[in-house]
Each structure stands twice: as C-alpha cells, then as structure tokens.
Design a protein around this ligand. Structure first.
Ligand code: SF4
Ligand code: SF4
Ligand code: FES
Length: 251
C-alpha cells in the first residue's frame, strides 16, 4: 500500500519565450505514492483553478510513455531520476515526505518556451522533414518478406525506432545537441535495406538542418544516453558519424 507524502513543489512560471521567468512554490499535502507525477500536477491545477489562479502549463498527451510530450526537468534530471521512464511514468512513491521537488522546462535555445514548462519542440519535426523518411515503394505486406534482413539489424533498427522524440537528450546535453535523437532516427533507416538508397543524402541534410536550427555539437559526454527514457545508445551517434563521413567522402 502506497504511503501519502507531503512536499514542497517549486514550478517554473514564464509567460512566453522572451518573458522573465520565476519559481512559484506550493505546499502539496497528503499525495498518495500511487499518484503519477502528471496526476499530481493535475491536483495542483485543480487547487489553482478553485482559488481563481492561473493553472500551471505543462505538456502531455498519451500518459503512457509513447508520445514524448511530457517534457519536464525534475530535480535536475529530464523526466526525473527514474531510469528508462518518461515523466508520465514517474510515480510519487519515488519521493519522500518533506522533499522539495523542482520542476523546470527543457532549457535549449532550439526549444523556446511557450508558457511555463511547455516548450516548442517543432525543431525536431523540421529535422525529420529534412530526411527522416524513405521514398522507396514498399509494396504490399507480402513484399516485405522478399528482402532478407538479419535478425541483428532488425532488432537494432527497432531499438532505434523506439526513440519518441521527447527531447530529453537535448535538455541533458551541455552543448544542447540533438545528436542522440537525430542518430536514432537516421539509424532506424540506415540499418534496413529500404533506407539505404537515400542514406547519404539523409545524413547530410538532417545534420545541416540540426545545425541551422541552433542545436550544438556532440563532445561525447554520454549525458544524453544516461537520461534517455528509451535507453537509446550513443553507438547510434557513432553510426551517424560514419554515415556522414562516408557521404562527404563520396561527394
Ligand atoms: S533519443 Fe531518447 S531522449 Fe532523445 S528524443 Fe529520443 S527518446 Fe527522447
Ligand atoms: S554524448 Fe554528450 S555531448 Fe554528445 S549529444 Fe550526448 S550529451 Fe551531448
Ligand atoms: S505523456 Fe506521452 S510520453 Fe509522457
């Protein structure tokens, strides 16, 4: 049976991308350990609405670790301290009575704040639009079985495809680099024969778009890998670098 906990919640409030921000503090009382982090924020907002105050703005959609929308920096970690979990999969039993819980938005020049802790991650959509797709005709369902793919490549491609585009890697990176996201998206296609015809163009165009959008470079600190809720590996970044160098040499 989960215990109830009481704690101080500090949340970042900011009216827009260029407005000055500040922390608001709230005393949260007797919250069950079985409450999810987002449900706890719902309780806060119900209190604020009852008091005729403006609700706290944060992003969410699926609430089951699929959509990548719940982008909160909790006590200094993207998605909080739980390994391999998104903010919506974080439960209050992870915290202790009397804790101070600090909630901030992703902080990256490429993810401007819309309001409070909701950020604009459309830069990721632009990177995908620059090459994160295939234009080959895939045919009917049975045609997929005509191209043999090794089990190892199929498994690795599936692991890379589990990236949900949440942006925690960018938030964790001291350089604000999107390399873990980008390399996962490039790898999921580069590992499969259907992704090879456009592989060189894809790597060059997606990296060029990432740089144009203001993301930083990778200096191999592995912070992104440690914080990724889907356990994406920086081996993907090495693969992307190989794809990019080969494409440049071919030029
Ligand atoms: S690589 Fe991980 S942290 Fe980065 S966007 Fe994908 S799932 Fe999120
Ligand atoms: S390995 Fe380090 S520097 Fe490179 S993208 Fe990840 S966090 Fe950033
Ligand atoms: S709300 Fe969809 S992953 Fe958290």
């Amino acid at each position: 049976m989960d215990k109830n906990i009481s704690f101080t919640l500090k949340v970042w409030r900011q009216n827009g991308p260029t407005a000055e921000g500040h922390f608001d503090s709230f005393e949260m009382k007797e919250i069950s350990g079985g409450t999810s982090f987002l449900e706890m924020l719902d309780i806060l907002n119900e209190q604020l609405i009852e008091d005729n105050k403006e609700p706290f703005v944060f992003d969410h959609d699926c609430r089951e670790g699929i959509c990548g929308m719940c982008s909160l920096y909790i006590n200094g970690h993207p998605h909080g301290l739980a390994q391999g979990a998104t903010t919506c999969q974080l439960y209050m039993r992870r915290f202790n009575d009397g804790d101070v819980i600090t909630v901030e938005p992703w902080r990256s020049a490429a993810f401007p704040i819309i309001k409070d802790c909701m950020v604009d991650r459309s830069a990721f959509d632009k990177i995908i639009a620059a090459g994160g797709y295939t234009t080959v005709r895939t045919g009917q369902a049975q045609d997929a079985n005509n191209i043999l793919i090794s089990k190892q490549n199929a498994d690795e491609a599936m692991d890379c495809a589990s990236c949900i585009g949440c942006g925690a890697c960018v938030a964790a990176c001291k350089n604000g680099s999107a390399m873990l996201f980008l390399s996962s998206k490039v790898s999921q296609l580069a590992l499969l024969p259907q992704g090879r015809p456009e592989a060189a163009r894809r790597a060059k165009n997606m990296i060029a778009k990432m740089e144009e959008l203001g993301f930083g470079n990778c200096t191999n600190t592995r912070a992104c890998e440690a914080e990724c809720p889907k356990n994406e590996s920086i081996a993907n970044i090495a693969r992307l670098n190989r794809e990019y160098i080969c494409a440049k040499l071919a030029d």
